[in-house]
Design a protein around this ligand. Structure first.
Ligand code: NAD
Length: 386
């Protein structure tokens, strides 16, 4: 059986190698050439475009970073769907929204092909060992036809229902991964400040109710080594938390802890931690704590955002409010509100210096995109009941 594999990254590369080890003829495709050369050096075949793979393979697996990359590879005249031969099974192992999986499924069916959303869990170690957990949505007969392909990189393989349900299960997994990641970061930062020995603490927690796969992974592979090369990049976890938040909003289920985790993870990405492994949330926690301890008393800064362009203000309002929500979750916001006469708004930040707050204000979409100007003053709060 001929298998195409698009996206030879941290996950895709070892998954494609395992397909080869299982005896499949595997054709690899990646955006950057280096990965394809490394794949060829391991005995893999290369040189076919997505359109050629769709026309010539029995199965094409994709493992791509962002939903936009997945859309790109599947859609358009040069994409997998437009060029799919009848009977082709497309398997998307990327983490995307259930909505996107359902859309690609419908288009693939129209083109006479089949599509399975088959996101994976278990990290790069699971991908290398061929022990991933695979959760699959789509048509069960297509699933049964490619079960042995999935078994080349997966150990726990579950068919969970209609198209999109594999992606839904994966996002629920990621919601918990995000919350556990924050728990681990906070726990080990607290332990360090409390003067506890980290290896011993890990040994105890690992045999207590605090135990989790995420703690084991984050501590043994990253925190204990003080090395945060991914693994699983924090920016991808931010993507997953945003998708999980959308799923919660759609289902009208409040994700209280999840939203807090989402905001903090997005904040860490904005602060430059996006390319670190997700366990880097520990490093972010520690760095932020140290900054706060060193800067001593936190001051308040009143930021007036005078109206420059009412039309742009209306257009970018949602992004501005998300920006404020992220800063609120990170403890940087005291209060905010808008002037009802349309003159603009006022945001009270907490920070250690005017420069630090100004750097932040310049990232506000309102300011960045020219909807509002800004004026900053350090502000001494005098509460009425003091
Ligand atoms: P990665 O960034 O390491 O790899 C993605 C690869 O896809 C890169 O090599 C990139 O060059 C390639 N690529 C991007 N766009 C492309 C295109 N248009 N055509 C061909 N190649 C393209 O990401 P990863 O960590 O391997 O994650 C891939 C997917 O799997 C993501 O959706 C992620 O959320 C999910 N995932 C990752 C892990 C993990 O631990 N890393 C675990 C489970 C699921």
């Amino acid at each position: 059986m001929k298998v195409g594999f698009i996206g030879l990254g941290n996950m895709g590369f070892p998954m494609a190698l395992n397909l080869m080890k299982a005896g499949y003829e595997v054709y690899g495709k990646n955006r950057s050439q280096g990965k394809e050369q490394a794949f060829a050096a391991e005995g893999g075949r290369t040189g076919l475009s997505p359109a050629e793979l769709a026309a010539r393979m029995d199965v094409v697996v994709t493992c791509l970073p962002l939903p936009a990359d997945v859309e790109d590879v599947y859609s358009g005249p040069e994409g997998l769907i437009a060029n799919a031969r009848r009977g082709l099974v497309l398997i998307d192992c990327s983490t995307v929204s259930p909505g996107l999986s359902r859309k690609l499924y419908a288009k693939a069916c129209e083109a006479g092909a089949d599509f399975l959303d088959a996101p994976v869990s278990g990290g790069t170690t699971g991908a290398e060992a061929g022990t991933l957990s695979v959760m699959v949505g789509g048509r069960e007969d297509a699933f049964n036809r490619v079960r042995s392909v999935l078994a080349a990189f997966g150990k726990s393989i579950s068919f969970v229902g209609d198209a999109g349900s594999g992606s839904a299960v994966k996002l629920i997994n990621q919601l918990m991964v995000g919350i556990h990641t924050l728990a681990v970061g906070e726990a080990f930062a607290l332990a360090r400040q409390a003067g506890l020995e980290a290896d011993q603490l890990f040994g105890i927690l690992n045999h207590s109710f605090a135990q989790s796969k995420i703690m084991e992974r984050h501590y043994t592979q990253f925190i204990a080594k003080d090395a945060f090369e991914p693994g699983f990049a924090l920016k991808l976890l931010a993507k997953d938390m945003n998708l999980a938040a959308d799923m919660g909003a759609e289902a009208q289920v409040r994700l209280n802890a999840g939203k807090k985790a989402q905001a903090l993870i997005n904040q860490a990405v904005q602060e430059g931690y996006g390319d670190a492994d997700m366990s880097g949330m520990y490093k972010y926690q520690e760095t932020e704590d140290r900054k706060r301890r060193e800067s001593g008393e936190r001051k308040h800064f009143a930021v007036f955002l005078p109206m420059l362009d009412a039309e742009k203000s209306a257009r970018y309002r949602a992004e501005h409010l998300q920006f404020l929500a992220d800063n609120r979750a990170a403890g940087r916001l005291h209060t905010n509100g808008r002037f009802v006469d349309g003159a603009g708004g006022l945001v009270i930040y907490r920070g250690s210096s005017l420069e630090e707050v100004e750097r932040l204000v310049k990232q506000d979409p309102y300011v960045k995109l020219g909807a509002r100007g800004y004026e900053i003053h350090e502000w001494e709060i005098v509460l009425a009941d003091n």
